[in-house]
Design a protein around this ligand. Structure first.
Ligand SMILES: *[C@@H]1O[C@H](CO)[C@@H](O)[C@H](O)[C@H]1NC(C)=O
Length: 312
């Protein structure tokens, strides 16, 4: 295909999830409900942790930061997807497509680092309880935060470096409801075999590696907890299982996208939707409804707000 006169593609046409009207209506209700709930849920976590001084510990600071990332993450693809559902022609500009990829990888990468930091935080709490406050000091928390954003940005820019110079000249139909790299690469009019491999290596192996690292460390922590048997351990186990659930929910779809050979099945699209709105929704659910400390703090914070209203 060398020597093709590439005038460039200015926009991509998205096929969306389905053409049947009933499915679209169902998807509309389902996704907008989930989207609004993820916004509210994550906002609730951020407000509660910020407002309640009993939650000003490193674990909850990291958790609130995870919620901030979730707020951004679910706002990258979902609003456009929801607005597009009933549109005949769903299009996205070249710039829009690139920025969707940029932000989703930056936030996703940052989230990955934060999940690893949360596992490290639990490791220190369980294995070095006496030094917990010395090791997990506020400066380290800020360092973790800066590191997570930096790594996210570097990862995202390195992914973009693979695609910004690709020649797009003819085909511009993406069989999806948002832009992702594996599908975009397939539209370029050059031989993209090597590139696909690079992208899979970059995103796939990183997420696979981080996933196994996290699972192994949580298994290690659970067995350590089982050996020591003092009072607080059932609470510690429930915290750990919440972390593990979030890790599985975050990495499951990612690994499926990047390690699975060809992204062409219908299942794949529904999984992408799952990743876009359901995972950010479940994080606060898992952390808040199963966590007594958090529930009590919420009651305090919103009780106080109620009190203020009475005074006025
Ligand atoms: C995020 O983490 C930093 C550093 O620990 C903390 O100062 C900040 O309050 C956290 N953000 C939220 C929303 O809690």
């Amino acid at each position: 295909m060398k020597g093709v006169n590439c005038s460039g593609v200015s926009e991509f046409v998205l096929l969306g999830l389905s053409n049947s009207w009933e499915t679209q209506l169902l998807l509309f209700c389902f996704t907008s409900l989930l989207y609004v709930s993820s916004l509210m849920g994550n906002l609730l976590v951020v407000v509660t942790v910020t407002a309640d001084s009993s939650l000003h510990s490193p674990m909850y600071c990291l958790l609130a930061n995870l919620s901030v990332l979730d707020l951004i993450f679910c706002s990258i693809a979902a609003p456009k997807m929801i607005c597009d559902l009933f549109r005949k022609k769903k299009a996205i500009s070249f710039g829009g497509c690139i920025s969707q990829i940029f932000f989703s990888h930056a936030v996703g990468g940052a989230e990955m680092v934060l999940l690893i930091a949360m596992a490290f935080d639990r490791y220190v709490a369980i294995c070095k309880p006496l030094h917990y406050l010395i090791i997990m000091n506020p400066r380290l928390c800020i360092l973790i935060l800066v590191l997570s954003w930096t790594i996210g940005l570097i990862h995202s820019l390195s992914q973009l470096a693979f695609i910004v110079n690709l020649p797009f000249c003819g085909p511009n139909v993406l069989d999806s409801f948002y832009c992702d790299i594996p599908r975009l690469i397939k539209l370029a009019c050059t031989d993209t075999y090597k590139l696909e491999f690079m992208v899979t290596a970059n995103s796939g192996f990183i997420s696979l590696g981080a996933f196994f690292l996290l699972i192994l460390s949580y298994i290690f922590l659970l067995t350590t907890l089982q050996k020591q048997s003092f009072g607080g351990s059932s609470k510690a186990v429930s915290t750990l299982s919440a972390h593990i659930t979030v890790v599985v929910l975050f990495f499951g779809p990612l690994i499926f996208f990047y390690v699975w050979p060809s992204p062409s099945t219908h299942m794949d699209k529904f999984l992408a939707m799952f990743d876009a709105v359901l995972t950010p929704f479940l994080n606060p659910v898992i952390y808040t409804f199963r966590n007594r400390e958090m529930k009590m703090a919420m009651r305090r914070v919103f009780g106080r707000l109620g009190g203020c209203r009475k005074l006025i």
